[in-house]
Design a binder for this molecule. Structure first.
Ligand code: SF4
Length: 107
């Protein structure tokens, strides 16, 4: 599977790996928007804050930085490369290693 945001590849992984271990904040927010199929069960949705950027003038650096809850100062200057994070999984995030232990979407 490939996760795109504003035309940029944010994450690539085999589907089972991506659902079980989403690494990019963009992917985590996207997966959290899947409707809860069990009535009454609490939703784990992550509501993104920040400005919704224009597709015609995407943000500099990481295109997700205006909405990312983990953005740091370098996010507007550095275009994150797609980094191999193992298991056939690549994520475009300068904080791949720091965010590895941040809570993921519950199964
Ligand atoms: S590079 Fe920064 S802004 Fe982009 S997804 Fe990673 S933490 Fe968020």
């Amino acid at each position: 599977m490939i996760v795109l945001y504003l035309g940029r590849i944010m994450e690539i992984a085999p589907s089972a790996e991506l659902y079980a271990n989403p690494r990019n904040a963009c992917t985590r927010a996207l997966l959290s928007a899947i409707p809860e199929p069990v009535p009454g069960r609490a939703s784990q949705r992550r509501i993104l804050m920040g400005d919704i950027p224009s597709r015609s003038t995407p943000p500099s650096g990481c295109v997700f930085h205006t909405r990312c809850p983990h953005a740091i100062e370098a996010r507007a200057r550095v275009v994150p490369p797609l980094e191999d994070v193992g298991a056939g999984h690549r994520s475009a995030c300068i904080r791949n290693h720091a965010l590895q232990t941040v809570e993921t979407i519950p199964a």
